[in-house]
Design a protein around this ligand. Structure first.
Ligand code: PMT
Length: 400
């Protein structure tokens, strides 16, 4: 496997020599990218000798081969060890002022970081927030361990041991385990117009569906996202991804049309969009005006059940995954509702998602239970929406 190891300016850099040696001995093609600061701790010669590949910190070398992005594009896994508070902040902000920064922005491979810093820096709200952003983007954080630090103080902040980092990195779900798989995902919330300025909608931010798409693409899949309304920053994440094609839609009927036409080439279909069950029977061509004190009655008609249609029409070998947004707080009743919905929709896997005023919708975290074809629980995950997405893909991989 083509592995990039980023080394940043902390004393733990010396431990990464063992990490690189271990990855090379395991037969991987390892490319080390040290930061300038880290060279105070371990020099270029050591990295070249251990990795058996040329090493530079500069974006101005090997320009003909566009080195500042080529390493990131080739990488199947990127490990940053040690990761200082500074580099975590730069990664969270997307700064690319050196070769490691440009590589991290150019890669779509899974990224693993092994933080190392003093306890105060690890606990600082800025670092806590940066690590949360990275986790949400799917970065795996290994450690830090607790123990003696360089100044004689102790606490969390020690870089994890190289073998632990190597084991965790090689076990990251999705080191291209979906390579070449054609995936179709719906995300966001549909908007059903009432008139030119109003609509019936829901609180979906698009985060969960987008996380499902990004996780699949990062694991090597070719992804099409049919995107209903989503927050702009969330939508931008899929638009920027080189292996994701985005089809924008507004209403449930548009979503149905886009999903149906893209479904023929998909091997796995995931319906994470929050689809309006109803639309108005007739959309007013002009802005509806207030009618005195009389209330307003909307005449609603049912939208098609897109998921059930896709499941009914699926071809051999095609897998269909649905979500179920439920407000039932009792676990057993929630699963019962999920089992009923799975059977009615006829899907292979159903992701039961407890939602509410402060759950599921428009948040960065989520909690789901995945039901298999016989209604049995095949996975369960609480965490960032990216972690939930990876659990979903693990369940898909296990079933395929
Ligand atoms: O976007 P976020 O803010 O991140 O929030 C994520 C989420 C809560 C929207 C997401 O995790 C989720 O649960 N999505 C499914 C929402 C939903 O519509 O659930 P449902 O139980 O009403 O529908 C069940 C399934 O049928 C879903 O897969 C849905 O996409 C599909 N459906 C629903 C209605 C319809 N007319 N056609 C459909 O295909």
């Amino acid at each position: 496997m083509f592995i990039v190891v980023g080394v940043t300016g902390g004393i733990a850099a010396y431990k990464s020599v063992h990490l690189v040696r271990r990855l090379v001995r395991a037969g991987h093609d390892v490319h080390v990218i040290p930061t300038e600061d880290s060279l105070h701790f371990v020099g270029l010669t050591t990295w070249e000798a251990i990795s058996r590949n040329p090493v530079t910190t500069s974006v101005h070398e090997d320009v003909a081969r566009v080195r500042h992005v080529s390493l990131g594009r080739s990488a199947e896994l990127v490990v940053v060890a040690p990761a200082t508070a500074n580099v975590l902040a730069k990664m969270a902000a997307g700064l690319a002022d050196d070769l490691l920064g440009t590589t991290l922005l150019a890669t779509t491979a899974p990224v693993v970081v092994a933080p190392a810093m003093h306890t105060e820096m690890w606990r600082h709200p800025a670092t806590v927030a940066n690590v949360a952003v990275l986790r949400e983007r799917g970065v795996t954080v290994v450690g830090p361990a607790e123990g003696e630090l360089t100044g004689g103080d102790s606490g969390p902040g020690r870089m994890s041991e190289p073998d632990e980092i190597a084991d965790a990195a090689l076990a990251v779900p999705g080191v291209h385990d979906l390579a070449g798989l054609r995936v179709l995902v719906s995300a966001g919330g549909t908007r059903e117009p009432l008139d030119p300025v109003r609509y019936l909608g829901n609180r979906s931010s698009g985060r969960q569906g987008v996380a499902v798409a990004l996780a699949a693409a990062d694991r090597g899949a070719d992804v099409t996202v049919v995107l209903a309304h989503a927050d702009t920053d969330v939508a931008d994440r899929v638009r920027r991804h080189p292996r994701i094609r985005v089809v924008d839609v507004g209403t449930a009927e548009e979503l149905q049309h886009a999903m149906t036409s893209a479904s023929s080439s998909a091997e796995v279909i995931v319906m994470a969009a929050a689809v309006a069950d109803y639309r108005v029977a007739e959309v007013s061509a002009v802005k509806m005006s207030k009618k005195g004190d009389a209330g307003l009655t909307l005449d609603l008609v049912q939208n098609p059940d897109i998921l059930a249609g896709l499941a009914a029409a699926r071809r051999d070998g095609q897998m269909v995954v649905g979500f179920a947004a439920e407000t039932e707080p009792d676990r057993e009743l929630l699963l019962e509702r999920g089992r009923g919905k799975r059977a009615r929709k006829g899907v292979d896997l159903l992701v039961v998602n407890e939602v509410g005023w402060t759950r599921g919708f428009d948040r960065t975290d989520n909690a789901v239970v995945v039901l298999g074809p016989d209604g049995a629980v095949v996975a369960e995950r609480q965490g960032t929406k990216r972690e939930v997405a990876d659990a979903l893909w693990d369940a898909v991989v296990a079933r395929r």
